[in-house]
Design a protein around this ligand. Structure first.
Ligand SMILES: Cc1cc2nc3c(=O)[nH]c(=O)nc-3n(C[C@H](O)[C@H](O)[C@H](O)COP(=O)(O)O)c2cc1C
Length: 189
């Protein structure tokens, strides 16, 4: 059975509007495995930790737990990422998670010509966000993750956003409903 990996970067937990949208998208799907980045509280790699991991890679010590998130990501059939629009991109916890996932010889490898080639199984990465204002020409979080998807060999990326949620003149329910329509379309309804 195919597995959906839900990367939950909705840092406000149950209060999160982004999480509500993610749940709508995932409602009818089976075999969803969630990684809750708020609970996981990953520590970013510093030079020492990156060096230690590189030594483990060189030694082929792939059973070390530092590689668990990368293996889980690479094996999933579909990736769903939920993250609020923070500072023109997303919370730092998501970048830290990508640091853990982006492992050479698990998520990608280098060809003899030195080009990165993806090793991930997923056919698509769906990115769900919500923002106080409007993403407009500053969709940097999604653009970055689209680059990562290309590097990891994931052929399709899809984007959903509820926008204008903190604009007092706009009705939150109406703005959320627009995003729900996009989700329904992605789910073939
Ligand atoms: C730390 C932080 C940074 C934010 N940065 C932006 C921003 O750059 N642009 C914007 O339109 N909204 C910004 N917002 C507003 C959120 O995007 C908005 O409230 C969103 O709906 C929050 O999602 P959530 O309900 O899933 O937590 C920011 C909010 C926070 C807490």
């Amino acid at each position: 059975m195919s597995t959906i990996l839900f990367v939950n970067a909705c840092m406000r937990g149950e209060k999160s509007r982004t999480l509500k949208l993610c749940r709508e998208y995932l409602a009818e799907k089976e075999n969803v495995v969630e990684v809750d980045l708020g609970k996981l509280a990953l520590v970013p790699f510093d030079g020492e930790a990156a060096g230690r991991r590189a030594d483990l890679q060189k030694a082929g010590a792939w059973d070390d737990p530092v590689f668990d998130l990368a293996k889980q990501f690479a094996a999933a059939d579909e990736i769903v990422i939920g993250a609020p629009y923070w500072d023109l991109s997303f919370p730092a916890a998501l970048k830290t998670y990508i640091e853990y996932v982006s492992v050479c010889d698990i998520a990608f490898h280098y060809s003899e010509q030195g080009r990165a080639e993806g090793l991930c199984k997923a056919k698509s990465l769906t990115y769900i966000t919500s923002c106080g204002g409007f993403v407009e020409g500053a969709n940097f979080g999604y653009e970055y993750l689209s680059g990562i998807a290309t590097m990891f060999g994931i052929p399709e990326t899809r984007f959903v956003a509820a926008e204008g949620l903190d604009v007092v003149e706009l009705d939150v329910e109406t703005q959320m409903a627009k995003a729900s329509k996009t989700i329904a379309k992605l789910n073939g309804r």
